[in-house]
Design a protein around this ligand. Structure first.
Ligand SMILES: [Zn+2]
Length: 179
């Protein structure tokens, strides 16, 4: 027997909305499929759309179900700060870049960030992933000191220090999710 896909379907009809969007995300332990349509869209139209996109939705839901969830409520073991500090300094030196401050945060939304003032933020949940994936996030954020965007030049720069950066980014995206 084929197992039913477990997800919550949410239909939102919005006034003023011109386009249809279909999004799939994890909210805590549940996977939500969210369809947003203009206000006067008929149920038949939505049903038809969902039927048409069934394969795509199931594939996405399955991929999300396979990810390891890193919960904000579960802090990693102590000791990561010193390690990350060393790693950030190592790569900053290799890349010839200077940052102003390294800050640790416990985040649900992102692995890290870099501000225009040179502040590097790392999500402490990173302490739970493989070292090479940590390195990827560190190099990625440091590279933003030079390029404040995700342009071709930015990616080239990242890849000149981590040749397999693309693979690492895919791995991070496909293996883990923050919640
Ligand atoms: Zn970035």
């Amino acid at each position: 027997m084929k197992q039913e896909m477990q997800y919550k379907l949410i239909c939102q009809r919005k006034k003023g909305l011109k386009n249809i969007s279909l999004r799939i995300k994890r909210v805590d332990d549940e996977i939500e499929v969210i369809v947003r349509t203009p206000f006067l869209t008929s149920q038949a139209f939505i049903d038809n759309l969902l039927e048409e996109k069934k394969g795509w939705i199931e594939k996405k839901v399955l991929l999300l179900q396979q990810k390891t969830v890193l919960y904000k409520s579960q802090k990693p073991q102590q000791g990561y700060e010193e390690y990350f500090q060393k790693r950030v300094d190592f790569f900053a030196q290799q890349m010839g870049l200077t940052y102003s401050k390294l800050v640790f945060k416990n985040l649900k939304s992102r692995w890290g960030s870099c501000s225009s003032l040179g502040v590097i933020v790392l999500n402490i949940q990173l302490a739970k992933v493989e070292k090479e994936l940590q390195d990827y996030v560190i190099v990625h954020e440091l590279a933003h000191l030079k390029y404040m965007n995700h342009s071709k030049e930015f990616h080239k720069f990242v890849e000149s220090f981590l040749a397999n950066a693309k693979k690492l980014q895919k791995e991070l995206d496909s293996k883990y999710t923050l919640a």
